[in-house]
Design a protein around this ligand. Structure first.
Ligand SMILES: Cc1cc2nc3c(=O)[nH]c(=O)nc-3n(C[C@H](O)[C@H](O)[C@H](O)COP(=O)(O)OP(=O)(O)OC[C@H]3O[C@@H](n4cnc5c(N)ncnc54)[C@H](O)[C@@H]3O)c2cc1C
Length: 392
């Protein structure tokens, strides 16, 4: 006799990944009879983040895109270029708009239940899962777990960095920004043996999200990000501005294994499943691609796909090499990105970072960077120990 469960799918966490999966399920007619429970402790009624991404195809969330750009600037000492994006657009979605958009879609889908609560433990049983939660015990056929990952660090084996930033949405008293051009990476400031850049999303001539961003191991005291933003704005001739909103974040950049599943019936999602790209921290588009991939298989076969993420080893290998360079020689990161932007179009770089380039194109990308640091990192990967900073 088939086991009976209270739910077909239990989703732990209703942030980007949990809501994305629920949204894709709600849009799939072949899953219309599936009972879904989402457990999330927060109310998700704050704009707690903004998501930006590049894309060359329509997305299900285009109606809530707050702004998009057709030009992208890359700057470092000795090389500055504003690129016209031919195939891609760079887009931004506010977190709160996403939560509300999915909330509305789910409100029309009675089979999907949202409950406020915390998932404490998830356990595989021979045919499904049981979940101990603050709202009671539940059973389901499958669990999809997007709780933040927790793991014991192994610095002797893996690399641990963060993409960390503080951003201000500022309003200035005179025109200063170019709303056509996203300032993707501005590496002209001091690197202090790390990778440090400004990232600016201009919404109008007088309004922009300005973020001081680092790829490094340690979070800075907040005043340091603030001082860097004031300095940057000062260099644009702006001392008179209002801070309308603030964004603070730290995204893991690591090659520590983040498994796509725990046993047969618990599938990981989002950051927990390694959907934040280790070498860049970008996750939003990967999260939605993952949801679409899972839902396609659930609809077609009733089960998650055998290959849960579709990740390809050669791209993970590149991620690890770049992390290794960032960890032992952080200030070299800007040279790597400068070489990449000097010798490739943003279109090719975007495709490469989206892990959809051919082996030939990958070779072309790798051929555009100075080989020395990468060869050193290859040696570190082969001997199974991350590189360390040696020189003072
Ligand atoms: C400030 C910020 C800005 C970012 N900007 C970008 C960007 O521009 N582009 C991009 O590609 N990526 C960006 N990222 C990275 C990534 O897209 C986000 O972190 C994304 O939200 C990750 O999705 P997630 O579902 O894994 O985590 P979250 O969205 O954080 O969702 C996890 C959910 O789990 C819930 N939870 C926690 N514990 C429990 C529990 N015990 N039981 C049940 N639920 C629980 C949390 O409340 C949360 O809602 C950003 C990240 C941050 C922090």
């Amino acid at each position: 006799m088939a086991a009976s469960f209270e739910y077909d799918y239990l989703i732990a966490g209703g942030g980007a990944a949990g809501l994305s999966l629920a949204y894709y399920i709600s849009q799939e007619p072949r899953l219309a009879d599936k009972r879904v429970l989402i457990l999330e402790p927060e109310t998700k009624n704050r704009n707690d983040r903004t998501w930006s991404f590049w894309t060359d195809a329509p997305t299900p969330f285009d109606s809530i895109v707050a702004h998009e750009w057709g030009q992208l600037a890359f700057r470092s000492p000795g090389y500055e270029q504003v690129f016209n994006l031919t195939r891609h657009r760079y887009k931004m979605i506010r977190g709160l708009d996403f939560y509300n958009f999915v909330g509305q879609a789910l409100a029309d889908t009675p089979q999907i239940v949202r409950m406020q609560g915390t998932v404490e433990t998830l356990n595989n049983t021979p045919t499904g899962i049981t979940a101990e939660t603050s709202a009671g015990t539940f059973t389901a056929r499958y669990a999809f777990d997007s709780r933040p990952p927790q793991f014991q660090k192994r610095p002797d084996k893996y690399r641990y960095l963060l993409q960390h930033f503080v951003g201000w949405e500022v309003e200035t008293s005179r025109d200063v920004f170019n709303p056509q051009t996203v300032e993707f990476m501005d590496f002209r400031g001091e690197q202090q043996r790390e990778a440090r850049f400004m990232y600016v999303l201009p919404f109008s001539e007088r309004r922009a999200l300005v973020e001081y961003t680092l790829f490094s191991a340690e979070i800075l005291p907040k005043v340091e990000y603030e001082a860097a933003m004031r300095k940057y704005l000062g260099e644009l001739g702006i001392t008179d501005f209002r801070i309308e909103a603030e964004e603070v974040g730290a995204i893991p950049m690591t090659d520590h294994p983040l498994p796509p599943a725990e046993g047969r019936h618990i599938i990981n999602l989002g950051t927990r499943a390694g959907r934040a790209k280790p070498s860049t921290g970008y996750a939003f588009k990967r999260i939605h691609a993952h949801s679409a991939h899972l839902v396609r298989a659930l609809a077609a076969t009733g089960h998650p796909p055998t290959n849960l993420t579709g990740d390809q080893w050669q791209f993970s290998f590149f991620d690890t090499l770049l992390l290794d360079i960032m960890q032992r020689q952080g200030e070299h990161t800007r040279n790597v990105f400068t070489e990449l932007f000097t010798r490739n179009t943003p279109e090719r770089l975007f495709d490469f970072l989206d892990e959809r380039t051919s082996s030939w194109e990958n070779l072309q990308v790798l051929n555009s960077v100075t080989p020395g640091p990468f060869l050193q990192s290859i040696a570190h990967v082969l001997r199974g120990r991350p590189g360390r900073r040696t020189t003072e």
